[in-house]
Design a binder for this molecule. Structure first.
Ligand code: ASP
Length: 439
């Protein structure tokens, strides 16, 4: 029997109806054997996710403010779910336990992880499946990074003992009792780790807004939805701010070759988007899959005659940025020029000292900081090898009267990166969409 690990986000568990619907989706395919869940998300008429409520509780406790009211709201929310579903999970006991731990000085991470923990117990009871506390299987190192090997071993050892189980997402442990959470929305990482350790045939992510459009719908009218995409393409889109999945999740699945299926809880019959290493034969394309971009980059151009012959220029330049923890997002070099693209707002704060240090280190003829640059990626696996693709890209931009400020083709033939002024961003995206995707 094939094995699917499914992760359900907060909106799939926000109220009784969505919880019932989620249980129905899980039961509708017997391959869905391990389920990772989030804490309840925002209900209609509500303004907060349960995780946010826990964050507030802890902050109020630390600041010696009244936190009981918020705690009672959380208890009421879980109690109403349990009662409506006719279950026996003892919410009052869980909340008393949480309060005790709050007084004992347990960390913020511990407190906020209780949303997933309690919801996991409820879902396990509803499905009649085994509940496995994430603290038994997800391990972090002392300095806070994921202990992947220990986690994989623990999931193999503990989870695979059961044919079906519910595991809360978002947290794990440093040492058994010391709870640590992933970044916000990190339940997906838990899901991917389970899929990896259990050798799943598929990792499913169920959420509320899951469409991956071929261009930003706020810029392009009714862009098409991408049904098949490769891991590498999705990584490029993630870099451009399309936040469907964390990079870590994509990489974990990419390295293990486990397909990711991105599904929408409101349209459970829709197959959603499938992420794989190679596109299935019937969905191969020799054109771009998507146009995506971001504004507000800066380019630092360093100009000096004979720059290409100077040894160690790159090391000097990168060193100056590295010491300030500013990432050089892209760089381009020529015989006369070395250009660094940055996004980090820290650059603006440190700009004068960075320029001075570059001047002292390289003694260039000129340093220019170009602001307000947008980067647009034309993304499509294998696209770089298609004849005439560059001509088409730049013809489209020329026809729209766009001044191109920067061009880079990724070494993996996956994208063409184009820099334009921020004011030309939207017109460029539309022009590229029409030429490269609509055609
Ligand atoms: N409940 C957590 C959050 O709100 C984690 C998650 O949903 O994956 O960020």
């Amino acid at each position: 029997m094939s094995l699917i690990v499914s992760k359900f986000g907060g909106m799939s568990l926000a109220d009784v109806d969505s919880i019932k619907k989620t249980a129905e989706i899980i039961r509708s395919d017997s391959s869905r054997r391990y389920v990772v869940i989030s804490a309840p998300g925002i209900r209609s008429g509500d303004e907060m996710r349960v995780t946010d409520m826990f964050y507030i509780c802890h902050a109020r406790y630390i600041n010696r403010e009244n936190f009981s009211e918020m705690l009672t709201k959380i208890e009421d929310r879980f109690t109403s779910i349990v009662q409506a579903l006719d279950l026996t999970t003892d919410i009052h006991y869980e909340m008393m336990d949480l309060k005790k731990n709050l007084f004992l000085g347990r960390t913020n991470d511990y407190i906020v992880s209780r949303g997933e923990y309690i919801m996991g117990k409820i879902m396990a009871e509803l499905l009649g499946w085994k509940f496995i506390d994430a603290a038994e299987v997800i391990y972090f190192n002392k300095e806070g990074t994921l202990n992947r090997d220990k986690t994989i071993a623990a999931v193999k050892e503990v989870v695979s003992r059961y044919e079906r189980a519910v595991v809360p997402g978002f947290y794990g442990t440093v040492s058994g009792t010391n709870i640590k959470t992933f970044e916000r929305g990190g339940g997906d990482v838990t899901g991917a780790l389970l899929a990896l350790a259990l050798g799943a045939d598929m990792y499913e992510k169920w959420a509320e807004s899951t469409e991956i459009f071929s261009a930003d719908p706020s810029i392009v009218k009714s862009p098409s939805i991408i049904r098949n995409i490769t891991y590498a393409e999705l990584r490029e889109l993630t870099y451009m701010g399309i936040s469907i999945l964390y990079d870590d999740v994509i990489l974990l699945m990419e390295h293990s070759g486990i397909p990711i299926s991105i599904r929408n809880i409101h349209h459970s019959d829709d197959k959603g988007t499938l992420v794989t290493d190679e596109l299935p034969p019937d969905s191969r394309r020799d054109v771009a899959a998507c146009i995506a971009g971001r504004r507000n980059f800066k380019v630092i151009h360093i100009r000096k005659f004979g720059l290409n012959k100077l040894v160690g220029i790159g090391q000097k330049v990168f060193g100056i940025f590295t010491r300030r923890n500013i990432s050089c997002e892209h760089y381009l070099s020529g015989i006369y020029q070395f250009s660094i693209v940055v996004k980090n707002p820290m650059f603006d704060l440190k700009r004068a000292e960075i320029v001075k240090e570059l001047q002292d280190a390289i003694n260039p003829e000129d340093i220019e900081v170009q602001k307000d640059l947008s980067l647009i990626a034309v993304v499509g696996q294998g696209m770089g090898t298609v004849k005439g693709i560059f001509a088409k890209t730049f013809d489209a931009l020329a026809a729209a009267n766009i001044k191109v400020r920067l061009i880079q083709q990724g070494g993996d033939d996956l994208n063409i990166l184009i820099g334009v002024y921020d004011e030309d961003f939207e017109v460029s995206v539309r022009a590229l969409y029409e030429a490269m995707i609509l055609q």
